[in-house]
Design a protein around this ligand. Structure first.
Ligand SMILES: NC(=O)c1ccc[n+]([C@@H]2O[C@H](COP(=O)([O-])OP(=O)(O)OC[C@H]3O[C@@H](n4cnc5c(N)ncnc54)[C@H](OP(=O)(O)O)[C@@H]3O)[C@@H](O)[C@H]2O)c1
Length: 419
């Protein structure tokens, strides 16, 4: 009752032009985080996108489980048929697995509803069939959240690089294994690193699909599909995970002077597209070696734009839910309303600045800095130029000093220092 009232109040105060009805299958790590984001961002969504998203049904396995205050109990059901019969515009599938998930996905698309899913296993097994259904029923199918969590790799491949001549998509696609390898390179045993990963929530209670490479293989299949058009199900991903000798993988990489990473790769060659997931020794100064912890990193090798890299949180409720939310908003298009309070503004931060002039003009630099009251952290000279490093100051103060030096034809060079 209280929730219904809250929903009406929200509708009265928000300038939403349209209401989108959303049915959510799964309210665990990802589904729960999505519900929380939908609640927290409802006002911003209404203002920016002109829509109100009403969650109309939530499918779970265990009705009695406590899910927190942001999950309206009256919407929760364990009845699949009731869920399928719910009138809605968008279905979000976040239950995982392929059995019930494929029933939900097929039904949504055949009803002409948008389907948004985070389920790479479903896509790797049934992606081609679902894409075909989506085409035939003119129903959007979106799955940004299924690969690399918050890293928008699917959208980049599909929308930004369709004609860039992509030759390979590769990277660290499983945060759990990357965390383990990072910790093992730091001296931890595999068992200790795994226990730690489970304690911090980086690895599930049953990490089998991460450790044997199947999780990354499903993602590679989705990436090969998006990059090269090979339908998942038609590709074979040659897969070797960390098991059975994870410690030896790290020891061998160290002996070879490099760093072990579990790399998933889809690569075009003369014969077609090869797909692999395997341990790889990379150079210690490479971006893949630099990726420590549970993040993901994807490299796209292109003919037109060389290598493009995207990195960020590859899993976790919030990161994955933010990708789901982007797909939901894209599947429910509406004219964007003007954003509030966003106009041109001055940079209000303080920075360190380097201001250099030819060495012969050091007196003018010192005098101008003194006159304008620019605090110096350091002054260095290399024979040709003298360089003043400021304490953190407003942009306007650095600008005033440069203008004063320019008026005296001192040829100042101004750099913002972020180091
Ligand atoms: N977790 C991540 O970081 C992450 C990242 C990227 C993608 N994903 C993908 O997102 C999906 C969901 O993952 P998750 O981590 O959120 O899983 P989860 O925490 O285990 O949650 C699964 C949810 O689905 C419900 N459910 C499962 N099987 C069901 C069935 N047969 N009928 C009805 N409800 C069912 C569960 O109900 P109960 O709550 O009652 O048990 C639970 O609410 C998976 O496809 C996963 O691969 C997850």
């Amino acid at each position: 009752m209280q929730q219904a009232v809250q929903r009406q109040v929200r509708a009265a105060v928000e300038p939403a032009d349209r209401t989108i009805r959303l049915a959510l299958a799964g309210c665990g790590t990802v589904g729960g985080a999505l519900l929380e984001q939908l609640t927290r961002r409802s006002s911003a969504i209404a203002h920016r996108h002109g829509i109100r998203i009403d969650v109309v049904r939530i499918l779970v396995r265990d009705e009695r489980r406590d899910r927190g205050g942001h999950v309206p109990r009256d919407l929760v059901t364990t009845d699949l048929h009731e869920f399928l019969a719910t009138d809605c515009d968008i279905v979000v599938e976040a239950i995982g697995g392929t059995d019930t998930a494929v029933v939900i996905a097929r039904h949504a698309l055949m009803c002409g509803r948008a389907l948004v899913t985070a389920n790479k296993a479903l896509l790797a097994a049934r992606g081609a069939e679902l894409a075909d259904l989506a085409r035939r029923h003119d129903a959007p199918l979106s799955f940004e959240a299924s690969v690399a969590g918050a890293v928008p790799i699917v959208r980049v491949l599909r929308d930004a690089l369709p004609h860039a001549g992509v030759s390979a998509v590769r990277g660290v696609l499983n945060g759990t294994t990357n965390y383990l390898l990072t910790r093992m390179h730091a001296g931890a045993t595999f068992e200790a690193a795994l226990a730690e990963a489970q304690r911090f929530g980086y690895a599930e209670a049953d990490p089998a699909r991460d450790l044997d490479g199947r999780d990354a293989a499903d993602k590679v299949a989705v990436l090969a599909w998006q990059a090269f058009g090979v339908p998942p199900g038609r590709v074979h991903v040659e897969t070797r995970g960390l098991l059975p000798w994870p410690d030896r993988i790290v020891a061998d990489a160290v002996a070879l002077g490099g760093v072990a990473r579990s790399v998933g790769e889809a690569r075009r060659n003369a014969a077609g597209v090869s797909c692999t997931v395997e341990p790889v020794v990379v150079n210690g100064d490479s971006p893949l070696a630099g990726l420590v912890g549970a993040d993901n990193l994807v490299e796209i090798e292109t003919a037109a734009a060389a290598t493009i890299r995207l990195a960020g949180p590859g899993a976790g409720g919030d990161a994955t839910a933010s990708a789901l939310l982007a797909d939901i908003l894209a599947a429910a298009p509406s004219p964007p309303a003007p954003a509030r309070n966003v106009g041109p503004a001055a940079d209000t931060r303080r920075h360190r600045w380097s201001i250099s002039v030819p060495a012969a003009r050091r007196e003018e630099l010192a005098a101008a800095a003194h006159r304008i009251r620019v605090p110096a952290a350091d002054v260095t000279e290399d024979g040709l130029h003298v360089r003043l490093l400021t304490e953190p100051v407003d942009r306007s103060l650095a600008g005033a000093l440069v203008r004063a030096l320019e008026l005296q034809a001192c040829e100042p060079v101004l750099l913002r220092v972020e180091r």
